[in-house]
Design a protein around this ligand. Structure first.
Ligand code: HEC
Ligand code: HEC
Length: 322
């Protein structure tokens, strides 16, 4: 394409002697400009008309995605009381809370009643959820939020609220505890059983007995509180909340120290495998007898790869007398 170039516009007189050439913009530049204008029109048509989109809509989509990704905003979700939620809440309760608060939350030696009219930390459903989430760790109520997550806490909170409502609807319910199948009552197991005299057993028999009984106490608590509730079935614990019992014995020590830990509990900051724990494990001095404690610590000391030797009821008696 030939064009006249370098033609002078001739208005230097009006412009302090500055001349201006009348050169057209290069074709590639004009071409790009046209393309961007067309693109802009096409984009706007597509965005607003074809896709029916808008900035507000995009914002809502992103907020919804964030809600899914960071479920803490779940706190804003009101408790639901539909049947499925309550059934799942009950499941969590039986597995996790019953050990202390007893069946249907009637309360026991460790955890207070959740069905009477008295509340230590508020009776409002949101307060109950907050108590469950944050716990009352100095009093032995673990902070369940970090262990169960908000979803399960919401369900179990709904179940607890519902328990309270049912109880106040029929005031006698709390007075006489529900009589369920006795097999589910952990306290029923131990006392009736004849306790063997370990000194009459051979070494192998003694080991077998302590390991088997210890496993049962670890998992069901028998007359006390199941260790699984906090330290999990294979002793791996919950990082940051309950220390693992596998592969270290810094705080277990010898049998007498280990027994003392179960008798008197443990609190304050400890470090295990590089993770800091600052929780409360309550003592079970009144819940477990010497044989039970000897069994459960023997089980812990010799399971999941641990190999720290058996302990005897005499060790526990020594610890108890200290
Ligand atoms: C290791 C024992 C233990 C376990 C397990 C436990 N709690 Fe507790 N809970 C307690 C103790 C102890 C308290 C009383 C705290 C206090 O004195 O302030 C308590 C208090 C509460 C309260 C407040 C009661 C009030 O009067 O305000 C609620 C609600 C509660 N627990 C619900 C639960 C739920 C739900 C679970 C299961 C996810 C659970 N607890 C598991 C020991 C436990
Ligand atoms: C309610 C929850 C809970 C229950 C139930 C529980 N523990 Fe613990 N346990 C803890 C917490 C929390 C700690 C850490 C305490 C701290 O931070 O000082 C701990 C610490 C320990 C330790 C010391 C860990 C270490 O690093 O050496 C041992 C051992 C132990 N528990 C054994 C048991 C045994 C055995 C049982 C069952 C008889 C049991 N625990 C039941 C919560 C629990």
């Amino acid at each position: 394409m030939s064009r006249i170039t370098d033609e002078i516009m001739g208005h230097a007189d009006d412009n302090d002697g500055i001349e201006e050439y009348d050169n057209p913009l290069p074709d590639w530049w004009v071409g790009l400009f046209v393309v961007t204008v067309l693109w802009g029109i096409g984009y706007a048509l597509n965005f607003h008309v074809v896709a029916q989109d808008s900035q507000l809509k995009r914002y809502d989509v992103q907020m919804a995605a964030a809600e899914q990704r960071w479920p803490e905003s779940d706190v804003a979700v009101a408790l639901a009381f539909d049947e499925a939620t309550l059934a799942e809440g009950k499941e969590v309760f039986v597995q996790t809370c019953q050990a202390c608060h007893m069946e249907e939350g009637v309360g026991g030696p460790i955890g207070p009643s959740l069905v009477d009219a008295e509340w230590l930390h508020g009776s409002d459903p949101e307060q109950i959820r907050a108590t469950i989430t944050d716990g009352v760790t100095e009093k032995g109520m673990p902070a369940w939020g970090q262990i169960l997550g908000p979803e399960k806490v919401r369900k179990v909170a709904a179940y607890v609220v519902e328990l309270g409502r049912n109880a106040s609807a029929q005031p006698t319910a709390a007075a006489d505890p529900p009589s369920e199948a006795p097999a589910e009552e952990p306290a029923a197991e131990a006392p009736d059983e004849p306790e063997p005299d370990l000194s009459t057993l051979s070494e192998d028999e003694r080991r077998a007995y302590l390991m088997e009984r210890g496993k049962r106490i670890y998992e069901t608590g028998e007359t006390g509180l199941a260790c699984t509730t906090c330290h999990q079935a294979t002793g791996q614990g919950v990082a940051g909340a309950f220390p693992p019992l596998v592969g270290q014995k810094t705080h277990m020590g010898d049998c007498v120290n280990h027994a003392t830990l179960i008798l008197d509990g443990l609190s304050g900051e400890i470090e295990v495998d590089g993770v800091t724990y600052n929780g409360v494990m309550m003592g079970q001095r009144d819940q477990l007898n010497d044989l039970q404690i000897a069994a459960v610590i023997s089980y812990v000391r010799n399971s999941w790869g641990n190999d720290y030797g058996l302990c005897s009821p005499e060790d526990v008696a020594t610890a108890r007398a200290r």
